[in-house]
Design a protein around this ligand. Sequence first.
Ligand code: PLP
Length: 367
Amino acid sequence: MIKFLDLGRQYREIQSEVDEAIRSVLETSHFIGGPAVASFEAEFADYQAASHCVGVGNGTDALEIALEALGLPPGSEILVPANSFIASSEAVTRTGHRVVFVDIDRETYSIDVAAARRAVTPKTAAIVAVHLHGHPAPMDELLILAEEFGLKIVEDAAQAHGAEWDGRRVGAIGDIGTFSFYPGKNLGAYGDGGAILTNSDDLARRCRMIANHGRQAKYDHEFEGRNSRLDAMQAAILSVKLRHLDRWIENRRMIAATYSAELAGIDGLALPVTNSRARHAFHLYVVRCADREALVAHLKENGIQTGVHYPISLPKLGAYQYLGEPDPNWLANQWDSELLSLPIGDHLTKSDATFVAAKVREFFDGS
Ligand SMILES: *Cc1c(COP(=O)(O)O)cnc(C)c1O
C-alpha cells in the first residue's frame, strides 16, 4: 500500500521529541501565547528569512489578517490565480474586497503574469501570489508589475515552506506572506495552525493586533480585531518538526526527481516543470492526464493512493457563479479535469517512487 499521506509513520519517527515538547507545555501550563509560541515564531522567521513571524489560528485566518492589515481601500480588486484552494480567494471577499481571477501559467501552475497585467484596472490593489504545489510564483516579474501599478503582494505560501525563488525563501519577498500548518502541509501541526511573515515592522504589529482583539496591552483595545491564535501545544510541536523539515523536503525532492526521471517521455502524461530560478519544495507532485479517472483506478488497483488539487477550478465553483461564466479558454478551467497528484512525502522511499512510476507507465503501455 502506497499512502498519499502517512502522519502516523512520521510521528513514530520523532515520537520522543514530540512527546517531550508536549509534556513541557503541559508542565508550564502556558497554553496560550508564552515561550513556546515566541520561540517557534522566531525560529520560523529565521528559517524563512523574514524579520517577523506572527503565529495565528490557521492558514485561512493568516490570509484574512494579512489582507486586512494592508488597509486597502474597501472594494478593491485583488488578483487571484484560478487554480488554488478556495482560501486564497475567500480571504479577499471576507475582507471586503473583490476577487478577480487570473489564469495560470502553463508550466508552473501559478499566476500567469501576462494575464495578471491584462486584468489590472484602476481599482486593482493587490495580487495574491500562490506558491502552488510548493513551486514559487515568479516573484521578480510580479514585483515589477506591482511596482508599476502600485499593487501590494500577498504570498500565499501555505504549500511552500522551504521553497525558494532566486535563492530567497518565500513568504517575505512580497509585502506579506502567509503559511498554513494544516497537518498534511510540508510543515504540519497536530491540529490547525498558521503564520504570517513580513519584513515590515508596521504590518507585523498590525497583524498581531488584529489577531489579538485590536490590542497590544491587555484590555486596551485600540480597534476591533478578532481572536486567531497559534496555540502553545502546536507551536511546541512545530518547533520539533521544523528541525526535521529540510530533510523531509529533500526526501520530497528525491521522490519528485525519481518520478520525473522514470516518467519522462510518456505520450499523454505532462510532468511538473521547475523554473530554473526556483527551488521547488514539492508539497505536491502534480501530473496531467486526459483520462485521469482511468489512471486513478489503475493506481488504486495496485494499492497506490492519489489526490486531485483541485478538481474544480475556482471560477467554476458555485461560490463564484456571481462572477459570470468561467472562460473555457483558460488553462485552469480546462486542466481541472486532468490534474493528478501522485503520492509524495517523507514517508516514501526511492523504491516506492520507482514502483509508483512503473505502475503509471504500465497504464500507458497497456492502453
Ligand atoms: C491549505 C491552504 C490554505 C489554508 O490553510 P488552512 O490552514 O487550512 O486554513 C490556503 N491556501 C492554500 C494554497 C492552501 O493549500
